[in-house]
Design a protein around this ligand. Sequence first.
Ligand code: GDD
Ligand code: MN
Length: 415
Amino acid sequence: MSAPDPPDAAPSPIAVSEADAETPPRDGPAEVISDESRRSAVLDRRAATRPTLSLVIPTYNEAENLPILIDRLCSVLSLIDYELIVVDDDSPDGTWRLAETMAADNSRIRSLRRIGERGLSSAVMLGMSTAEGSVIAVIDADLQHDPRVLPEMIKPILADRADIVVASREVEGGSYGDFTTSRRTLSVAGAALARTLTGTPVSDPMSGYFAVSRAHMERVAPKVNPRGFKILLEFLARGDRPRVAEIGYEFGLRQHGETKLTTSVAFSYLLSLIGLFTGRLLSATMTAYLLVGLFGVLVQFGALGIATTAGITFAAALAMEISVLSNYWMNNRFTFAPERRRGARFISGLVPFHLVAAHGLLIQIGLVTTATGTTSGLGEGPLGYRLAGIALATAGNFALNRHLTWRPRTGIVDL
Ligand code: GDD
Ligand code: MN
């Protein structure tokens, strides 16, 4: 990639007009223009007309905050060639409509209204994929991120001294403002865990306020797991070690609306950390499924102990049913949170889940019976065969549940 433009750069002399790039010269012998030179001419032209900064603004119910933010951005960025990309997930409060109105009046603003999908990271990725700038940055719309540090954030990237610049609450000049103690504890613990697991030296790897170079974004974007709230972590941990700079800022108080960071988001953050740590060996969904399965085994043994007095056959059946129900509840609440079944669908989901569990049971018993040559009940036979049976049944059950009980809305299955 060519070097990024400094702010306010005149068009580069290598820029070619549309006609130059697309057609051979009219006079003289027809010159053959190779695909490669045509491609590089087009790329040069694009680089020459790029804005310096593309700022992605993810929004969900931020109608009260967005106009104030955009006002502040326009004055802070007045010396920079920039574009603002608002990505709204069809907010019920009509933030997208507001963004569209502002975009009609101001050619620096673009508005993307995403329908049928939710999620901070995936919204940011969508914004990035349409960004034209040499530097691509992300800022929250709720006024918690101070826009005044933006011009400082893009400098190290334009000077090619950094691939990523993080606006941090942890370095000098930065602070958590009036963050509640519990949110602060969560944030500090999450950051410490992220540093340990991914080996990144960044003080605030959970910051939602950062900038990346176009080159780094293009390298890493295809590897990013667009789930949850930890998009910066993905850019820090995937691909080659990026050069990182940090700039302090004071985290503001949210004035309007409410945070979307819920316990289930925190749980999915934990899972993605494990996912990053295991180097994509296990996907976050698979990890959650295994953890829940493990919990189910514990529940089963506990229930078995309690119910033994009522006769062994009855106790085993009861223990099995209790563990199936607890697994169903947890998988529904956590593993498959995006496809979560509620109300009547929660009850009806018990049917496919039980069928899948029964199938797993048959596989377990079948494997032990085949391997030992004697008919064995559940929990009988050599331990090795029983464990192999559990492993085989788990893999099959996961795939079946993914397709029968919690089918992804997009039709794309994340195994
Ligand atoms: N498009 C879209 N879709 N935007 C979203 C969604 C979504 O599903 N969820 C949240 N947003 C937008 C919000 O409207 C806001 O502009 C921004 O993303 C941050 O969301 P908040 O709900 O305000 O997050 P927070 O302030 O609790 O969390 C902040 O701090 C975390 C670390 O403590 C964010 O900066 C996080 O990115 C950061 O990890
Ligand atoms: Mn916020």
